[in-house]
Design a protein around this ligand. Structure first.
Ligand code: HSE
Length: 435
């Protein structure tokens, strides 16, 4: 049985998970592959620690360069994370003729297109299943299983940390900051957790999904992005009373030559399948013109699930080595020459339904003034709810609207915020009729 030799960059949470699979599941994988995966080398900046794993058979180095240029490495796994130096190491590995597997969504979202081009011209593969949805093989499903469909929409709960936080805020009325600390301790959160809670991590993943679904280039910088840090347990409770649950949702839809991409806290119907996705679980709902609605669900973060997706990519490559990588499906689901540079739909043209939470003076005529402004902008209401008076003379009002454009809604909101009876703390959330 031939050996396929693997080098690993980064012995953090996911790196150790990948090493564990390579060391502990070798026999099972050989039976599936007909060849043997051997972890020959690994690099990490800090080697002077207990890895909780017997790495005595692995050549360890504190310099990633040793792994990406090593003659005895066929496939490099990059699990350093972040833009640099990960990008330089991946590019160097490709230059040296190595196939690369990464879980690095930031890297693929920002530099993926240039790295795919480099990989193609060097005759190697850059694989990234673990970058989206952790352990869920959702990219493989989109790229291969749904290949006969025009994709009509993508909805994703793509950040385990945010989903964990929102779930515990709902179940326990817990404070945002306390739950974030627990998510970090569980190994879900990014090195900089603002990437999680401000929606950046979800935007990385959504931009990859959208490009793969619609055959476009990756436009991460153009994703409209809002996070969950302003959501309170009261908002979660109010949404529930109205029949909705709040999720940090990634939404992508095609509009002819444009692609709509948005990430924001979103009210989704309590009865929808996506509303049942709790804790650190992720889910991707992809709808195609022939297949209709499909959903992929599982652990979106953490050592073992993410490592599972990383090693599945390694196995896909190993199966066709040596020399057969041209038979693998194109990385982004479309052949390189057919990937278009579709424009991103300007957010002001996006059509949404809205949840608006206002703190207003509890006086006669206030609600009538606000609703008359909405009527001026032809914005129709689905529901209006007034909550208990606060200690002073103010009272929270919640409005749910029917569909309007973002531009029209923002114009109405600017007029509402300017009213003397409306206080500054205004929260705008969006609503989607998910399945
Ligand atoms: N920080 C990410 C999350 C890790 O919470 O989902 C997986 O990409």
């Amino acid at each position: 049985m031939k050996d396929i030799r693997v080098g690993l960059l980064g012995l953090g949470t996911i790196g150790l998970g990948a090493a564990r699979i390579l060391l502990e599941q070798q026999e099972l994988m050989s039976r599936r592959l007909g060849c043997r995966l051997v972890l020959v080398a690994a690099a990490d900046r800090s080697l002077d620690r207990d890895f909780g794993l017997d790495l005595s058979s692995v050549r360890l180095s504190s310099d990633a360069q040793d792994v990406v240029t090593a003659d005895d490495v066929d496939i490099v796994i990059e699990l350093i994370g972040g833009y640099e130096p990960a990008r330089t190491f991946v590019a160097t590995a490709i230059e040296h003729g190595k196939h690369v597997v990464t879980a690095n969504k930031a890297l693929i979202a920002k530099h993926g297109d240039e790295l795919f081009a480099q990989a193609e011209s060097n005759g190697v593969v850059l694989a990234f299943e673990a970058a989206v949805g952790g352990g869920i093989p959702c990219l493989k499903a989109l790229r291969e299983g749904l290949a006969a469909n025009q994709i009509e929409s993508i909805y994703g709960i793509l950040n385990g940390t945010c989903n964990y936080i929102l779930t515990r805020m709902e179940n326990e009325g817990a404070a945002f900051a306390d739950v974030l600390r627990d998510a970090q301790a569980l190994g879900y959160a990014e090195a900089d957790p603002t990437f999680d809670v401000e929606g950046v991590d979800t935007a990385h993943k959504l931009s990859i999904l959208a490009a793969m679904a619609f055959g476009s280039k990756i436009h991460f910088d153009e994703v409209f992005t809002e996070g969950i840090s302003r959501i309170t347990p009261d908002d979660i409770h109010s949404a529930h009373e109205l029949g909705y649950r709040i999720k940090l949702l990634g939404v992508a839809k095609p509009h002819g030559e444009q692609v709509e991409m948005r990430v924001h806290p979103t009210l989704i119907p309590l009865s929808s399948q996506l509303a049942q996705v709790s804790d650190s679980y992720n889910a991707v709902q992809a709808s195609g013109d022939f297949v209709e609605h499909t959903m992929y669900f599982g652990r979106g973060a953490g050592e073992r699930p993410t490592a599972s997706a990383v090693i599945a990519d390694v196995m896909d490559i190993a199966r066709v080595l040596p020399g057969g990588v041209a038979y693998l499906p194109p990385a982004m689901g479309f052949i390189a020459a057919e990937r278009r540079d579709l424009a991103t739909l300007p957010i002001i043209d996006a059509e949404c339904e809205y949840y608006l939470r206002l703190m207003v003076q509890d006086d006669s005529g206030v609600l009538a003034t606000i609703t008359s402004i909405l009527a001026d902008h032809h914005i129709s209401l689905e529901a209006v709810m007034q909550k208990e008076r606060h200690a002073t003379h103010s009272v929270p009002i919640i409005l749910l609207t029917h569909t309007t454009t973002e531009g029209n809604f923002q114009a109405a909101i600017a007029r509402i915020i300017a009213l003397d009876c409306v206080q500054e703390d205004v929260l705008i959330l969006r609503k989607e009729q998910t399945h």
